[in-house]
Write a protein that binds this ligand. Sequence first.
Ligand code: NAP
Length: 379
Amino acid sequence: MTAGGMFHAFIRLIVRKHTTQSMTGRDIVTGFAGKTILITGGTGTFGHAFLDYLLQFDFNEVRIFSRDELKQELMRTRINNPRVKYYIGDVRDRDSVDYASKGVDYIFHAAALKQVPSCEFFPMQAVMTNIIGSNNVIEAAISNKVRKVICLGTDKAVYPVNTMGMSKALMEKMVQSAARGQDQTDTLIASVRYGNVMCSRGSVIPLFIKQIKENKPITITEKDMTRFLLPLNHAIELVDYAFEHARQGDIFIKKAPACTVGDLASALLELFDRQNEIRVIGMRHGEKMHETLASGEELRRAEDMDDYYRVHLDGRDLNYNKYVNEGDPLESAAYDYTSENTRRLSVEEVRELLLSLDEVQQELHEYMSAPDMSQKVHG
Ligand SMILES: NC(=O)c1ccc[n+]([C@@H]2O[C@H](COP(=O)([O-])OP(=O)(O)OC[C@H]3O[C@@H](n4cnc5c(N)ncnc54)[C@H](OP(=O)(O)O)[C@@H]3O)[C@@H](O)[C@H]2O)c1
């Protein structure tokens, strides 16, 4: 067999191995039976995957809430299920959120502006969507007696250096503030926090693949920059876990491995059997060398739940005198949980993880099936 043939066979084997994995890798629960569920930002990467997950359950209705009718139309055509209803609206517009929240049991709040550069250049847009919009969702949930709200947050909200992270940090603060005002039997409001979803909109992986295929240099920011690596199904698992276990104001974090951006580029080059130049272009506006999923202060009041951390609500009241006089020994710092000190994946492990993703499998399949494949493999 030629080198190209062996490589092709290897990829086919790995692809087959990974496609049999289940969506979340755990047993299906029945918590959604008969319930009406609202997903804000339901046409996004998370929304699509979460709806696919929910379709396994016997729910009453899922409402997909977002602004763009074309994305909704494409989703309606793909899903073709009468129990899924589509609501045009904008989280900035309280009336539209209120309307979509009537009769709803659970809300998953995913609508957001999430690209760092766009939020950096248009910060008020991030304020209006991520802060005011999130507040509208929380208030509509409380006034419509929704039972549970899970808000989706990001690692960029910890020690934020960019508008996107700052606005999502304020979303978390609003969740906690609202949760302090609720009893356990009222609307339960909690959030999750996760790092870059591999292959989601705006992820570098599709960009690197495009550059590899076009035989262009792979443009990386800094070789040693680290990022958490999270497949989309792990984000779904996290949200599902938070849904099942959350108490008022909790933040759930899924522990995740990380890799350097240089190793990510190398792993993709190995997968595609290419030797494109790796060109370092420097950090973009508002980027950090390493991301943090939980600060040391949060970890001091967090519960370690094996694959997850539960950061409990800081439920202290406004009686600050008590704290000035008595102090709080628990507040002394511990270590942050960062993409630098979490488990670091080797190039080989990154390659394996990449191969577990449908999107990468698809790209590889198309690449391997192209007529000039033999030339590509021998480069
Ligand atoms: N992807 C990641 O790597 C990542 C990492 C950590 C956290 N998260 C968080 O996970 C959540 C979902 O992310 P995603 O990857 O699914 O994002 P996405 O693919 O960009 O989808 C965003 C969704 O929000 C909708 N939307 C945006 N602005 C809206 C508004 N003003 N009112 C109503 N809907 C609006 C969009 O539809 P329209 O444009 O049609 O309105 C779309 O359905 C976000 O909160 C994000 O911060 C994502």
